[in-house]
Design a protein around this ligand. Structure first.
Ligand code: PLP
Length: 347
């Protein structure tokens, strides 16, 4: 008997390359694109360990939990790191970035998270990219939570290392990810004696054995099921239209933001300015006498599948997250989430 996801023939190198080309089209990039065989943390870590070393001076922008992680990897790689911490209710500005450059003119690497699903903010990457270009620094961007929800344009923005995952707004699998790499970034890696080689984390291995070899023979067995899912996900976005997919996320975010306030239970947008709020997920602040995680638990009693969560760690007390991404970027899901939150708040 045939099984829908067993006994499949191996994925060919040609098909793997075509999926990479689909990612390149999605990002509108002419840079090299590698599909990486693991969740997005793989290329996120691989890129930092390859591009940063003891000579690196990094500006690490922290607008949520991922920025913290990147700072740890950078220090681990021997880099000098200046953290720029931005309160989670706002976004970083290009001016703040320029001030950091003026203070530390030796900065040659910038790490930034585009949108943060965990804190609900999004950063103005186009403007920041201009500042980074003026500085001549290498620009590393985590676009996992933005791709599919808002424009991600590595070439136009001068991003040298742009990481995406399909599991959020793309509505795809979590087990594969991708990175676009500029010529400058490859040169930085090649010059770094400590860049991972002959390692699962190594982007240079894939460059040499896959890209430079004409993408003819796969170095390892591809994560076949996830690759098929990524292919289907890219095809669906192309057939619906990326603009339409992004518009659905934007509408869901605006409806959640406005609807939560008009519930009357004292919820407020966690991110003050709508322009700084991520289309992928909306964060809400509960009134001070209420505990967010308790509200979430009550809101999920009837339907535990609703995409509502409390903030992580210390934020669990004050923050509610509505994760309206992928299939959940719909007016129906937003309405059901708002109704459940209203009931949980007793309004
Ligand atoms: C979701 C997300 C990732 C991927 O991490 P997971 O732990 O698999 O969820 C990476 N970066 C950002 C900014 C994300 O929102």
């Amino acid at each position: 008997m045939t099984h829908p996801f067993l006994d499949l023939p191996p994925l060919s190198a040609e098909r793997f390359a075509a999926i990479e080309d689909g990612v390149a089209r999605l990002l509108g990039t002419r840079q090299d694109v590698l599909v990486t065989q693991g969740e997005a943390l793989l290329p996120l870590e691989g890129a930092i360990r390859a591009a940063a070393g003891s000579g690196t001076v990094a500006l690490n922008v922290i607008t949520g939990p991922y920025g913290q992680t990147f700072g740890n990897w950078l220090r681990d790689a021997g880099a000098t790191v200046y953290d720029l911490c931005v309160p989670f209710h706002t976004a970083v500005t290009a001016d703040r970035i320029r001030e950091a450059f003026a203070e530390h003119p030796e900065i040659d690497f910038v790490s930034l998270v585009h949108a943060e699903a965990a804190t609900g903010n999004t950063n103005p990457v186009a403007e920041i990219g201009e500042a980074v270009r003026e500085q001549g620094a290498l620009f590393y961007l985590d676009a996992v939570a933005s791709v599919g929800a808002e424009p991600v344009l590595p070439d136009a923005w001068g991003v040298d290392l742009c990481v995406i995952g399909a599991q959020k707004a793309m509505g795809g699998p979590a087990g594969v990810s991708a990175i676009s790499v500029s010529e400058r970034a490859w040169a930085r890696m090649a010059a770094n004696p400590n860049a991972p080689r002959r390692s699962y984390l190594s982007l240079l291995d894939w460059k040499e054995r896959w890209l430079d070899a004409g993408r003819a023979v796969l170095p390892h067995a591809p994560a076949q099921l996830e690759m098929l899912a990524l292919e289907a996900c890219l095809e669906r976005i192309e057939s619906v239209g990326l603009d339409e997919v992004m518009a659905r996320h934007r509408s869901a975010a605006l409806a959640t933001r406005a609807g939560a306030v008009s519930l009357g239970g004292g919820l407020e947008p966690y991110v003050y300015e709508a322009a700084d709020a991520a289309p992928v997920a909306t964060t809400l602040r509960v009134p001070s006498q209420v505990v967010a995680s308790e509200v979430v638990a009550r809101a999920l009693t009837d339907d535990p599948t609703l995409p509502i969560a409390a903030g992580g760690g210390a934020l669990a007390k004050e923050m509610i997250r509505v994760n309206h991404y992928g299939a959940d970027a719909s007016p129906e899901t937003v309405e059901r989430c708002l109704a459940a939150l209203g009931a949980a708040l007793g309004v």
